[in-house]
Design a protein around this ligand. Structure first.
Ligand code: A2P
Length: 268
């Protein structure tokens, strides 16, 4: 059973924030989203991740989570997988509003606008919960100051797993301030691999075959114009990276901006 708030407060490790859960939404038996309070003075760049944790049997257990809310937001949002025996997610999936969640104080990450050289079109390639850092970036006005077109691809096993992404795009289109900034620059390309749907297949296959570009009515990848960000499982990262490199794009980092970036800390 979770510790009482008083016990919990006494056992919070140093250098860690303890924040209050505000809202929890379960999408499927594998996916959920939650929001929590943002600590005063906590700064991050849209696209970065933080270490999120809980006290489990008296010990803090942490895992890397991309912050899904944009840098300007008052609350912090996260999109999570539920791993049945996962050391953290088996407990995290049971959180309720009012519960406390731990967060280490320093956010970090490579899926940031600063790690890319200037370009015209930004591709965000995601699978599963890999959409989380892009949920942050597509709600950040800076993304649209830097790019004329933003293409968010999201591939999941089935249609139910796409809902978080659809809700997000809907939210942007209905937000008075954001819709002004975003205009028609944001394009959402959802696909599924294990169920019938309008758009089907792994993103890697859709890039290789060129179907992604035909469907969107854009030219093939061009290192002079296109930039990319990739977030998904390690196999997906590796395979997508190979395709971008084949198209002539180079991998960048915070210290050395280039044409595409990958989040290696992200798992599952
Ligand atoms: P598939 O159904 O063919 O495995 P998961 O939920 O397991 O993380 O998968 C999310 C999505 O990522 C699924 O649609 C899955 O397709 C796809 N995927 C898995 N491995 C790769 C890969 N190496 N390259 C591209 N997509 C992948």
């Amino acid at each position: 059973a979770p510790a009482k708030t008083e016990d919990f407060a006494q056992s919070i490790p140093a250098g860690v924030y303890a924040e209050t859960v505000l809202d929890v939404t379960h999408y499927t038996d594998r996916l959920f989203r939650f929001t929590m309070t943002r600590p005063q003075g906590f700064r991050f760049r849209s696209g970065e991740f933080a270490m999120i944790g809980l006290m489990v049997e008296g010990k803090p257990v942490f895992r890397a989570y991309s912050i899904a809310s944009p840098a300007w937001a008052e609350e912090l949002e996260f999109f999570s997988i539920k791993v049945p025996d996962g050391p953290l997610t088996s407990h995290l999936q049971a959180i309720k509003p009012g519960d406390q969640v731990l967060m280490r104080k320093k956010p970090t990450g490579t899926l940031v606008l600063d790690a890319l050289t200037p370009g015209r079109r930004l591709y965000m390639f995601s699978t599963g919960t890999g959409i989380a850092p892009f949920a942050s970036l597509i709600r950040d006005p800076e993304t649209y100051e830097k790019f004329e077109e933003v293409i968010l691809t999201h591939t999941t096993r089935d249609v139910a797993e796409l809902k978080y992404g659809f809700d997000l795009v809907h939210e942007i289109q209905n937000d008075e301030l954001l819709k002004e900034v975003v205009g028609d620059k944001l394009r959402h390309y959802p696909t599924v691999t294990r169920e019938d749907f309008e758009y089907r297949g792994r993103i890697t296959d859709l890039i290789s075959s060129g179907k992604l570009f035909t469907d969107l009515g854009v030219p093939p990848l061009d290192p002079a114009i296109d930039r990319g960000m990739i977030c998904g499982s390690s196999a997906m990262l590796k395979d997508t990276k190979e395709l971008l490199e084949k198209a002539g794009l180079d991998e960048g980092a915070n210290s050395k901006p280039a044409e595409f970036v990958i989040e290696r800390a992200f798992v599952g």
